[in-house]
Design a protein around this ligand. Structure first.
Ligand SMILES: O=C(O)c1ccccc1N[C@@H]1O[C@H](COP(=O)(O)O)[C@@H](O)[C@H]1O
Length: 481
C-alpha cells in the first residue's frame, strides 16, 4: 500500500539523516532562522479563494508530471501570477522532491512556503524550519492523536503554521479537536488514490467558521473552482493542473478568475424526470425543490430521493460535471418539519421564502438561503440581521404568492445588496434578460423557475440556453463580492 510504503521509506531516510545531523544541531539551525512569513495574512481577505501553488515534478498516482521543471523559475512564475503560498514537495523517492528546492524557492520568492511531505517525527519539523519553511503539512491518516498534537505544538513553537490534511469526517473531527486552524480537505484517498469530489461538500458544514479551509487535489477547471466558491473555502492547493499546463500563467489566471467571475446557477421548481435531466445536463450548480403545497411546482419531500435515484443524469453526471447541490424551498413551515425534510430529501441547503426571522434561520440544520424582497431603499437595512445568520441571501420580487411568479425585482436595489453580501438574484429571469441582470446586479448567483418553463413545464431548451447565457455573461471584479 502506497501510504505504508512511503512512511516506511521516510523512517529509513530519517535514521540516516539523524546520523548526518543530530537533532540538537538541527534545532539550533532552525532557531537561528529569520521569523517565518505570515501565512494567515497570505489568506486575507478571507472571503476570497486563494491559491497555494505546488511545485511538483512527479507523483505516485500520476507518475512523471514535469520532470524537467525548474523549481525556482516555476515558483517565481506562480508568485508573479497571483499565488498566495508556494507548496514544495521535499519527498525524494515518490515525488522527486528535494529540500534544496524548498530553500532555493524560499530565497527567491517573497510569499510563504509550505513544506509538503510525510511528516511523522519532530525531527522533520525542525528540518522544515531550518530549510526556510513557513508552514508544514501534517496528514491525519499517518498520525495518531498524540503525534498530531505533538507535531502541531512543535511547529507552533517555531512560529510556523500547519496545514492539517483530512480525508474523512472522522479525521476532520480529529483535526478540529487537535486545534488545527488550517484544515486541508484532500479529495484524493492516499491509500487507493481514488477521488471523492463530494468529500468537501460532505464535511464542510462540520468545519468551524473560524478555520481556514483548503481544498486539495483534482482542481483543474472552471467547474471545479465554481464548486469551491460554493463551499466557502479560503484556499485551493493546486499542483498537477499547473505543472502539466503548457501555459502556467493562463492556467493560474483561469483558476483565480473562476473564484470570483464564475456564475452559480440554480434551477428551481423541479418535480419531474425531464426537468431534472435538463437541469443536470445543462450544468446547473443547484437544483431547487418547492415544498410549498399551493405551488404548481410542489413536490412531496419523500419523492425527491426516489426521483433522483432513477435519473442516470444525476447519479452519473456527464463528463466534467458533478452532481449538483440540492436546495429545498420552504414558506413559513415549522422548524422541526424543515429539519426532518432536510434528512429525508438529502438536502444540502434550505431556502426560506416566507417571513422567517433571523432567529428561526439559526435553528435550521443546513446552511440557509433567505429570500428577501426589496421594495425600497430602507429595505436594504434588513439585510444585515440575516447576513449574520445565513449562508446566502436571495433577492426576489415582492409578491403575495411568495415566489416563482416570473416578475423581475428591483435590480438597482439588488445591485446595492450585491455590494454588501453574496446574493442570489431571482424573479423573472429569462434567457433574454439574464445577461443584463448579471451585468447590472453583479450577483454571486442566479435562480430561475418560471423563465425556463413553457406551459408551466420545465423546458429543456430554455434551461440549456439560460445556463449557457448565464455562464458567458462576464462579471467584473468591481462591485461583486
Ligand atoms: O416557484 C414557486 O412556486 C415558489 C413558491 C414559493 C416560494 C418560492 C417559489 N419559487 C422561488 O421563486 C424564485 C424563482 O422565481 P421566477 O419563477 O424565476 O420568477 C426562486 O427563488 C424560487 O425558489
Amino acid at each position: 500500500m502506497f501510504l505504508n510504503k512511503i512512511v516506511d521509506q521516510t523512517r529509513i531516510d530519517l535514521v540516516q539523516r539523524k546520523l548526518e545531523l543530530p537533532q540538537e544541531q538541527l534545532q539550533q539551525i532552525a532557531l537561528e532562522q529569520p521569523r517565518p512569513r505570515d501565512v494567515l495574512e497570505a489568506f486575507e481577505p478571507r472571503d476570497k479563494v486563494h491559491l497555494i501553488a505546488e511545485v511538483k515534478r512527479a507523483s505516485p498516482s500520476k507518475g512523471m508530471l514535469a520532470p524537467d521543471l525548474d523549481p525556482v523559475e516555476t515558483a517565481l512564475l506562480y508568485e508573479r501570477h497571483g499565488a498566495s503560498v508556494i507548496s514544495v514537495l521535499t519527498e525524494p523517492h515518490f515525488f522527486l522532491g528535494s529540500p534544496e528546492y524548498l530553500t532555493a524557492i524560499k530565497n527567491a520568492v517573497s510569499i510563504p512556503v509550505l513544506r509538503k511531505d510525510f511528516i511523522i517525527d519532530e525531527y522533520q519539523v525542525y528540518e522544515a524550519r531550518a530549510w526556510g519553511a513557513d508552514m508544514i503539512l501534517l496528514i491525519c491518516a499517518i498520525l495518531d492523536d498524540q503525534q498530531l498534537r505533538h507535531l502541531l505544538q512543535r511547529a507552533t513553537a517555531l512560529r510556523m503554521r500547519v496545514l492539517v490534511e483530512v480525508h474523512s469526517r472522522e479525521e476532520a473531527q480529529r483535526a478540529i479537536d487537535a486545534g488545527a486552524m488550517i484544515i486541508g480537505v484532500n479529495s484524493r484517498n492516499l491509500t487507493t488514490f481514488e477521488m471523492n469530489p463530494y468529500l468537501l461538500r460532505d464535511i464542510r458544514q462540520m468545519l468551524p467558521e473560524n478555520r481556514i479551509i483548503v481544498a486539495e487535489s483534482g482542481i483543474h477547471s472552471e467547474t471545479d473552482v465554481r464548486r469551491l466558491a460554493r463551499y466557502d473555502v479560503q484556499a485551493m492547493l493546486v499542483g498537477e493542473s499547473l505543472v502539466v499546463s503548457n501555459n502556467i500563467p493562463d492556467q493560474i489566471g483561469m483558476l483565480l478568475q473562476s473564484t470570483t467571475h464564475s456564475m452559480q446557477v440554480k434551477i428551481c421548481g423541479l418535480h419531474d424526470t425531464e426537468g431534472i435531466d435538463a437541469a443536470v445536463e445543462a450544468g446547473a450548480d443547484m437544483l431547487g425543490f418547492i415544498f410549498h403545497e399551493p405551488s404548481h411546482r410542489y413536490i412531496a419531500p419523500e419523492q425527491v430521493p426516489a426521483l433522483l435515484q432513477t435519473r442516470q443524469s444525476y447519479s452519473q453526471p456527464p463528463k466534467g460535471q458533478l452532481r449538483p447541490d440540492l436546495v429545498g424551498v420552504f414558506v413559513n413551515k415549522d422548524v422541526n418539519y424543515i429539519n426532518d425534510v432536510v434528512e429525508q430529501a438529502g438536502l444540502h441547503y434550505v431556502q426560506l421564502h416566507g417571513n422567517e426571522s433571523p432567529e428561526f434561520c439559526q435553528q435550521i440544520k443546513r446552511p440557509v438561503i433567505k429570500a428577501l424582497a426589496l421594495n425600497e431603499q430602507a429595505d436594504l437595512e434588513k439585510l444585515a440581521a440575516y447576513q449574520e445568520v445565513t449562508w446566502r441571501l436571495l433577492i426576489d420580487t415582492p409578491t403575495p404568492d411568495w415566489g416563482g411568479t416570473g416578475r423581475t425585482s428591483n435590480w438597482d436595489l439588488a445591485h446595492q445588496a450585491a455590494q454588501r453580501s453574496k446574493i442570489l438574484l431571482a424573479g423573472g429571469l429569462t434567457v433574454d434578460n439574464v445577461r443584463t441582470a448579471i451585468q447590472q446586479v453583479q450577483p454571486w448567483g442566479i435562480d430561475v423557475s418560471s423563465g425556463v418553463e413553457t406551459n408551466k413545464q420545465k423546458d429543456r431548451q430554455k434551461i440549456a440556453a439560460f445556463v449557457a447565457q448565464a455562464r458567458s455573461s462576464m462579471v467584473g471584479e468591481q462591485g461583486r463580492r
